[in-house]
Design a protein around this ligand. Structure first.
Ligand code: IMP
Ligand code: MG
Length: 176
């Protein structure tokens, strides 16, 4: 799909900014021990950058790491399989971790990441996602901080792509 297609705005820059500030506000009210924010590449890069700056404005001082995960679907009745393309470098033992991702859909990606960090001894692993698609969960997992519950449509922009396109859009939209 080329970048020539029209993208219908679902959440504008201003609406996103408002939700990001509200999430940072909620995070600033929580008690964290030695907080590490782990952004899940690639889709979360824009959200993570905005959320971290909003957290900073509220006096928070988290460390930041990145993990790059890839899900492969084996067959049509999705037996999702997640692999680590790039791991974090920090020790998470006894630390609180906030996993940040663009969208929670089947939940496989974040369930994998959460289990991995818990197994490494993280004290608490919380999930912050910009979007959550209801009714799509395949594994039992809930996000602790959610930007928007979005309609069941394929969305792009604000870091999210279709075939590597549209990640640069400052808003979230639907390709028409
Ligand atoms: P899941 O929760 O493991 O199914 O996977 C969520 C991941 O799939 C997200 O981090 C996105 O990278 C990708 N994804 C799911 N739905 C969409 C969408 O509507 N647009 C773009 N990427 C999506
Ligand atoms: Mg992703």
């Amino acid at each position: 799909m080329s970048n020539k297609h029209e993208v219908r705005v679902l959440y504008s820059e201003a609406e996103i900014a408002q939700r990001v500030e509200a999430m940072a506000e909620a995070l600033s009210k929580a008690e964290f021990r030695n907080l590490l924010v782990v952004a899940v590449l690639k889709g979360s890069f824009m959200f993570a950058a905005d959320l971290l700056r909003a957290m900073h404005r509220r006096g928070m001082k988290p460390q930041v790491e990145f993990v790059h995960l890839s899900s492969y679907l084996e067959g049509t009745v999705s037996q999702g399989h997640v692999t680590i393309l790039k791991d974090i470098e920090s020790d998470v033992a006894d630390r609180d971790v906030l996993l940040v991702d663009d969208i929670l859909e089947s939940g496989r990606t974040l369930a994998f990441a959460k289990d991995l960090l818990s197994a490494r001894g993280a004290r608490k692993v919380l999930l912050g996602v910009m979007l959550e698609k209801p009714h799509k969960r395949v594994v039992q997992i809930e996000a602790d901080y959610v930007g928007f519950k979005c309609p069941d449509e394929f969305v792009v922009g604000y870091g999210m792509d279709v075939a590597h396109n549209y990640r640069e859009l400052p808003f979230i939209g639907v390709v028409s």
